[in-house]
Design a protein around this ligand. Sequence first.
Ligand code: GLV
Length: 317
Amino acid sequence: MKKILITRKLIKESEDKASKTFDPIFNSNDELYSQSKVIEMSKGCDGILSSLTEKMDEETINKLPDTIKIISNFAVGFGNIDLEAAKKRGIVVTNTPEVLSDATAEIGILLILGACRRAAEGIESARDGGWKWSADYLIGKQLTGTRLGVLGMGRIGQKIARIAKSLGMIIHYHNRSKLSEEKEQGAIYHDNLKSLFSVSDVLSICCPATKETVNMINKETVEYFPKGAVITNIARGDIVEDEALIDALNRRKIYAVGLDVYKNEPNLNPGYLKIKSAFILPHLGSATKDTRIAMANLAIDNIEEFFRTGNCTNKVN
Ligand code: GLV
C-alpha cells in the first residue's frame, strides 16, 4: 500500500476511506505544519494530500524526498503550490474541481448580499444592543436591476451568475475567452477588465490566482468602477492589492466589500477590520459537510488513480 502524508485532519468518513485506499499518516490534532515539518513528515511517503494552508513553494518542494510522486491538493485552487517546481521534480499536482462549485457559489451570493445590504453593520448593531428601527436606518443597496460583473466565468462564476440573475441582476463578465451562448445564459461578455469594471455595480471575483490575475484589483483598476461599487471575492486574496482597495473604501469610491479570501491568510490586512461596511468571512467557500467530504474523497481518488494508471484526470501541472 502507498504511504501518504495527510497534512490536515479530514472528516471521519474521508479518513476511513483513506485508510482503505492507502497507508495514511493522519494529523489527529489538526496541527498546522510548518514547511520543515511537512518535509520531515513526508520521509518514506509516496505522496502528500495537502491543504491550502500548506505553502508548497519551490524551496519546500526541492527538499521533499525523492519518493514523493504526487501532491494531491484538497482544494480547487492550487496557488499554494509551485507547479513548475513540482513538475521539475517529476511530482504530479492535482486538485478537486466541480465538487465545491455549488457550496462556493452560495458563499459568493452571501458576500454580495452581505456587502450590499450592510449585514456586518446590522449584526454588530443587533448584538451590541444598538437595535433600532427607522425608515432610513442601515439603508443598503438593492440588487434588483443592478449590474453584476463576474470576473472569471468558470463553474463557480456561472452558478453565481444564474442565482444573481434570478435576483434581478444584469450579468456582465470577463473571461479569457467568450463562453458559448448556452453557458453565457444572456450574460454580456467584455474582452478586457476596464470594460467589465466600468459597468460593475457589484463585482464577484471568481477567477483562479495566477501570474496574470495577481493584483488585478489595484490602484489603477479600482478607478474603473462606478462610484459606490461593491467588490466581492470568493476566489483568492492574491487577486486584490489590499492597500488600494482599503484606500478606495475609505474614500467611498468603493461602497462595501464582501470577502471570504485574503492575501496571507489567516493574517488578513487589519485595514479591513476597521471598515464598518466590510462583510468578512474566514474562507468558508466550501465549508459544508457534504462538500468537504466530496473534496477529500476526490483528493483520495486522485492519488488512487495516479498510482493505478500513472496519470490523473485532475492533474494541474
Ligand atoms: C478553496 O478555497 C478551494 O480552492 O478549494
